[in-house]
Design a protein around this ligand. Sequence first.
Ligand SMILES: Nc1nc2c(ncn2[C@@H]2O[C@H](COP(=O)(O)OP(=O)(O)OP(=O)(O)O)[C@@H](O)[C@H]2O)c(=O)[nH]1
Ligand SMILES: [Mg+2]
Length: 384
Amino acid sequence: MTSPSYGQYNLLLVGRTGNGKSSTGNSILGERAFIPGNGNSDDVMEFNSALVDGFHIQVLDGTGTGDTGSDAKRDVQSLLTHIRETLWRYVLNVHAIILVLKYGVRFTKQEKDAVELIKSVFGKNVLKKWGVLVMTHGDNFEMDNEDENGTFEDWLKEQIGDIQTLITECDNRCVLFNNREKDEDKKRVQRHNLMEKVKAIKDEPYTERVFQEALEGHTKILVQSYIPRLQSRVNEIIDKINGQVAIIQHRMTSHPSDCIDKLQKLSRELESQKLYLNQEDRGTGLVKPMLLQISVAEMSLESSRKRCQQLVEEESHSTVLPVPAAEHNVTFRPAEEFHATSRPTRRSSWRFSWSSKECLATAGVVVIVVSTVTLVFASRYANF
Ligand SMILES: Nc1nc2c(ncn2[C@@H]2O[C@H](COP(=O)(O)OP(=O)(O)OP(=O)(O)O)[C@@H](O)[C@H]2O)c(=O)[nH]1
Ligand SMILES: [Mg+2]
């Protein structure tokens, strides 16, 4: 007799490394599909499916989140890459996100950080809408409550603080799992309890679209986390450039051509910084103030370059010194009219020229002198 089919369920297991994700995956599928204690946290997301109690169940054994908060950024990066590359390539939708916690272990800051990380990767409402808590090490619970006959539901009600907030966030979808259970009936009961909670989820399955929406918000968080590093790098570069511009301005009048080369080199450095910042921005617009700082530095470089250019031009014009113009009746022809290449001497550069009035006056004087001399000689000869 074949089991009746109650539909297909894709379940994604998430949680801190070592909390029992792989073991829970095996308990759900009723077979040893994943290898527990294998620590697949680095870069493997495994998929296994089985027909269990009438359900087609596919379990995705997700990557574990790191142990320390300081690893959070690296974890986010690798998780995002991994999910994008594997999960959505094979799975179109996820019906429940199973957050695996360990019973009997205090809900520490690291545990809380891991939950926050999961929410920042999958979206802040992910547990509220699709989350189911699985508390592993149910065998420890049984031992703790052997005498008192307390139920897991009672235990849940007694919880306070962060763990209670988490249970409420998951809309009380929380089950206990003993992954070391040998009794088949008990195994079936815990699977049944889990599937009841999964079926209680009202929202449409979690898809890549929801993941992408979460990603947009998350990119901003990621970029924000390294903005201080980028800012100090930009400040360092701008300080260095300002220092070099001050030196260049000092040498500008004596070596303007050299200074142009140096300023152009600094401009290229700023240009490559702009490219780098735009790349790091990832479309968030968070690096804009730094780009503005660079633009101001670029403007200052450009104005220094223009000043140098001006000095170079002035220098090329002043290689031949002009000689002052002559006064009165002596006119001066510029030296370059005589010698385009060689420096003219003062002698060769001077020429005399008389005006017509001056010529007439001189001619008049000559006529008068000649007439006077003629008259003197004539009167002498007459007397003789
Ligand atoms: N006693 C007991 N041990 C358990 C239970 N669940 C898991 N374990 C043990 O806890 C250890 C870690 O379990 P895993 O299933 O490998 O944990 P994981 O979350 O997959 O770990 P990573 O893949 O490294 O992230 C293994 O030694 C399991 O045998 C449980 O319910 N009871
Ligand atoms: Mg594992």
